[in-house]
Design a protein around this ligand. Structure first.
Ligand SMILES: [Cu+2]
Length: 368
């Protein structure tokens, strides 16, 4: 089905509020719940799974060195949103259909809190995988400022659980980042990029294989899933109204298999300032950005002197990457639109630093 582009404004996921915060630690509880949300104003509401019942999940912001505890709780229904393929390793028939476990991607995390695929749990921790870890995870956040993300990781189901909506941003902050005077507040915008396909009734479509004659299974496994619609922060082809000033965008590719190779149709360059592992040594101006699934990228786009213009964020990464079908510029070739339609609310005093400091590989080695 074809949906109109740039009908809905880009939503910004809210910040997750802690249950307690003290000098020594911060404690959060997050409930995974089923929810219904409009992903496009012409589409009936979509049933989704979300951390704290929202999609994408709330953004978690922590400070370098802050001790953070999170109790991730499964409060999902007993039935999965998508067909389960019981022939997939880890998703055998005797296992519960709705299993979850949370992995903080890019975090340097102690093993017992790392969200191993076999450490899954069900509603109320009634059933757990043989490698069950802890009910409350601990994150030491011994990393410099950077974008991580959290997502489901259950064995045999990760692709389905993330597709259902279980993903969110996790930002580590530090004093070095604050000293740089980068665009911040309303001028720092997270962009969580995904692809989805929809049925007419608004429900998410995930391909099934034809039923196997002998087993009767309808396996949901496909080598790679590609949706025909681009969704950013949980809205289909949204637009963002911006001021004529510099913005910092924190990009995450949270698609199952799609690569994004991004350009701006204004011909402008992105100023890349960071990667999965935090800041680069120096900023670099690039025409296009390649983002593989799970990758993050930190950029600045300067909309100064662009008053009144509309700028498209385009994607030209073939499906599959790198040797696959070209994207359709009317659908998967378009990500979102920036409208430089807001008046300047204050002087833009933010800067693009010439130098961010040396990269200490020992200190910033990043995990998956
Ligand atoms: Cu991951």
């Amino acid at each position: 089905m074809k949906l109109a582009k740039f009908k809905d404004p880009l939503p910004i996921p809210p910040l997750l509020k802690p249950k307690w915060r003290s000098e020594g630690y911060t404690y959060y509880e997050v409930n995974m719940m089923e929810t219904k949300k409009s992903l496009h104003s012409d589409l009936p509401k979509t049933t989704l799974w979300g951390y704290d019942g929202i999609y994408p999940g709330p953004t978690i912001e922590v400070e370098t060195g802050e001790k953070v505890y999170v109790k991730w709780q499964n409060k999902l229904p007993d039935r999965h949103l998508f067909p389960i393929d019981h022939t997939v390793h880890g998703a055998e028939k005797e296992k519960p259909d709705v299993r979850t476990v949370v992995h903080l991607h890019g975090g340097r995390t102690e093993p017992a809190s790392d969200g191993y695929p076999d450490a899954w749990f069900t509603k109320g921790f009634a059933a757990t995988g043989h490698f069950f870890q802890k009910e409350i995870y601990e994150y030491g956040n011994q990393q410099s400022s950077r974008a991580l993300w959290y997502h489901d990781h259950a064995i045999g189901l990760t692709r389905l659980n993330i597709y259902a909506g279980l993903a969110g941003f996790y930002f580590i902050r530090d004093s070095h980042e604050r000293s740089l005077n980068l665009p911040n507040g309303n001028f720092e915008v997270p962009l969580l990029l995904q692809d989805r396909s929809f049925h007419e009734d608004g429900s998410l479509s995930y391909p099934e294989q034809p039923a196997n004659n002998t087993s009767g299974f309808k396996p949901s496994i496909i080598t790679s899933f590609f949706g025909d619609t681009i969704v950013v922060n949980g809205k289909v082809w949204p637009y963002l109204e911006v001021e004529p000033r510099k913005y910092r965008f924190r990009l995450l590719n949270a698609a199952n298999a799609r690569f994004f190779r991004l350009t701006l149709d204004s011909g402008q360059k992105f100023i890349q300032i960071g990667t999965d592992s935090g800041f680069l040594e120096r900023p670099i101006a690039v025409k296009s950005l390649l983002l593989a699934p799970a990758e993050r990228i930190d950029i600045i786009v300067d909309f100064s002197n662009m008053e009144g213009k509309s700028i498209l964020l385009k994607n030209d990464a073939p499906t599959h990457f790198p040797i696959g079908d070209p994207v359709d510029s009317e659908t998967t070739g378009t990500v979102m639109q920036f409208r430089v339609s807001k008046p300047l609310s204050s002087l833009d005093t933010s800067v693009i630093p010439a130098y961010f400091g040396p990269i200490n590989w020992k200190k910033t080695v990043s995990a998956n």
